[in-house]
Ligand binder design. Sequence first.
Ligand SMILES: [Zn+2]
Length: 53
Amino acid sequence: MKDETQELMYIKCAYCGQWLDVKPGPINTVSHGLCPRCYQKESSKLESENEKG
Ligand SMILES: [Zn+2]
């Protein structure tokens, strides 16, 4: 008999909470990342802060 339960890791945007991805990984863990939109927002924020100097 084979155990068919698949171990999945869920990836969630740390900013807006949107689910980004599901990958094979440690069972039912939630990992945090940034979705493309929030990533862009954050990097443009950093850029404008740098410009202030
Ligand atoms: Zn996001």
